[in-house]
Ligand binder design. Structure first.
Ligand SMILES: Nc1ncnc2c1ncn2[C@@H]1O[C@H](COP(=O)(O)OP(=O)(O)OP(=O)(O)O)[C@@H](O)[C@H]1O
Length: 330
C-alpha cells in the first residue's frame, strides 16, 4: 500500500483578504478574495495595476503579517503561525532592504544570515560570500552600504534573499532600478535558480520580464486575480495587429477597395492603416496579395501577434466593466 501523500504546492492561497484600518468606510480592503497556486519548481509572476494589492498579498504569503481572512500555505505550512519552520526554507527580497548605512556588505550579510535564513553560524561567511558571488558583489564585500549605487543595493537585496539557498524565493520587483546589463544578469541568475529547482514567485511591473521568465502568471486588479495561465494562454484569443502606410497616390483608404479581410477590424489614421485580426497569417496573405495585384508598396509594414502588454491592458479594461469587480474600488 502506498502511504505517501502528494507533495503540497510551494504556495497555496485561497479566499485571502487583507484589510487596512477599521471596519466600515474608514478602512480599505487591499486584497479581496485572492486564490493562487504556485507549483514546486515553477517561476510564477504576479502582475497588476498600481495599487492592485500585489505587495499586500506578498506580505501575507511571506508570513510577515496575518491575513484578515483566508488561507495561506507555503510548502504546506502556515507562514505566519509556523514562521520558525517556514522562514529558513524561504528567501525574501523586499522592495527596500533598508540595511544600516554604516555596515559593510559582508557585515550586512552575516547579520542577515543570523537573523533570517537557515544558515548555521559556522557557515555564515561562506554562505554570504556564495550569495554575493551569485549577484556579482563579492568584490564589494568591504564597502559600506551607504557607498553602494542604487543598482548595487538592489543586488544586495537579492543576495540576502539567496542566503542558505532557499526552496522558495519571493522577489518583489527584482529588477527595478537596474541598468539593462544588471537586469540581464539578474534574469540569468533567476533562470539558473529555477533550473536548479528553486520555486520563484515574483512581482513585476515589467511585462517583458514576465514574458521572459515566467512559467505561469496571474494578473491582479483591485485585490483579486482576474487572469491566470501561461503567457501564451493569457495572450491567446487577443487580436494580432498589422499596420502599414499607403502611398500618396492611393487616395483615401475608403476608396481603395481593400479585400474583405474576414473577422478583421480596420482603422485609418490618415495614410496609416491598422488591421486587428484573430487570423494573422490569413489576413496578412490576403493583404499582401491585394497589394501585389494593385502594385501598391506598403510602407513601414509591421505584423505582430498580440503582446502581453496588449493582453494585460485589455484584461484590466474588461475587469473594470465586470459587475463583480465594479464597486471594488475605494
Ligand atoms: N498601510 C496601509 N494602509 C492603508 N492602505 C494601504 C496600506 N498599504 C497599502 N495600502 C493600499 O492598499 C492598496 C494596495 O497596495 P499594494 O501596495 O499592496 O499594491 P501593489 O499592487 O503592490 O501596488 P504597486 O504596484 O503600486 O506597488 C493600495 O490602494 C494602497 O494605497
Amino acid at each position: 500500500m502506498d502511504t505517501s501523500y502528494p507533495e503540497p504546492p510551494a504556495v497555496e492561497v485561497a479566499g485571502l483578504h487583507r484589510r487596512y484600518g477599521p471596519a466600515g468606510a474608514a478602512g480599505f480592503d487591499a486584497v479581496r478574495g485572492l486564490d493562487l497556486t504556485v507549483r514546486r519548481g515553477e517561476l510564477f509572476a504576479l502582475l497588476g495595476t498600481n495599487g492592485a494589492g500585489k505587495t499586500s498579498a506578498m506580505e501575507l504569503i511571506e508570513g510577515l503579517t496575518a491575513p484578515t481572512a483566508g488561507l495561506v500555505r507555503v510548502l504546506g505550512l502556515d507562514p505566519y503561525r509556523e514562521r520558525a519552520a517556514v522562514r529558513p526554507r524561504i528567501g525574501i527580497m523586499l522592495q527596500e532592504g533598508g540595511f544600516p548605512a554604516e555596515l559593510t556588505v559582508a557585515e550586512t550579510g552575516r547579520t542577515w544570515a543570523g537573523l533570517t535564513s537557515g544558515v548555521r553560524r559556522a557557515d555564515g561567511t561562506r554562505a554570504v560570500d556564495e550569495a554575493l558571488e551569485l549577484v556579482g558583489l563579492l568584490d564589494r564585500r568591504s564597502v559600506r552600504i551607504k557607498q553602494l549605487s542604487g543598482g548595487e543595493r538592489r543586488r544586495l537585496d537579492l543576495a540576502m534573499a539567496l542566503l542558505g539557498r532557499p526552496e522558495v524565493l519571493f522577489l518583489d520587483e527584482p529588477s527595478t532600478g537596474l541598468d539593462p546589463e544588471a537586469r540581464a544578469a539578474t534574469w540569468r541568475l533567476v533562470r539558473e535558480l529555477r533550473a536548479q529547482g528553486t520555486t520563484v514567485l515574483l512581482t513585476t511591473h515589467y511585462l517583458e520580464e514576465a514574458e521572459a521568465l515566467a512559467d505561469r502568471l496571474a494578473i491582479m486588479h483591485r485585490g483579486r486575480v482576474v487572469t491566470t495561465g501561461t503567457v501564451s494562454e493569457v495572450i491567446a484569443g487577443r487580436p494580432a495587429r498589422i499596420s502599414f502606410e499607403l502611398p500618396e497616390r492611393c487616395g483615401p483608404y475608403e476608396s481603395l477597395g481593400l479585400p474583405p479581410l474576414e473577422a478583421a477590424h480596420v482603422t485609418a489614421d490618415g495614410r496609416r492603416i491598422t488591421v486587428q485580426t484573430p487570423r494573422l497569417q490569413a489576413t496578412l496573405t490576403e493583404l499582401l496579395g491585394w497589394a501585389a495585384r494593385h502594385g501598391i508598396a506598403l510602407a513601414g509594414l509591421d505584423a505582430r501577434s498580440a503582446s502581453l502588454e496588449e493582453a494585460f491592458l485589455a484584461i484590466v479594461a474588461e475587469a473594470d466593466t465586470t459587475p463583480a469587480l465594479i464597486g471594488a474600488g475605494r
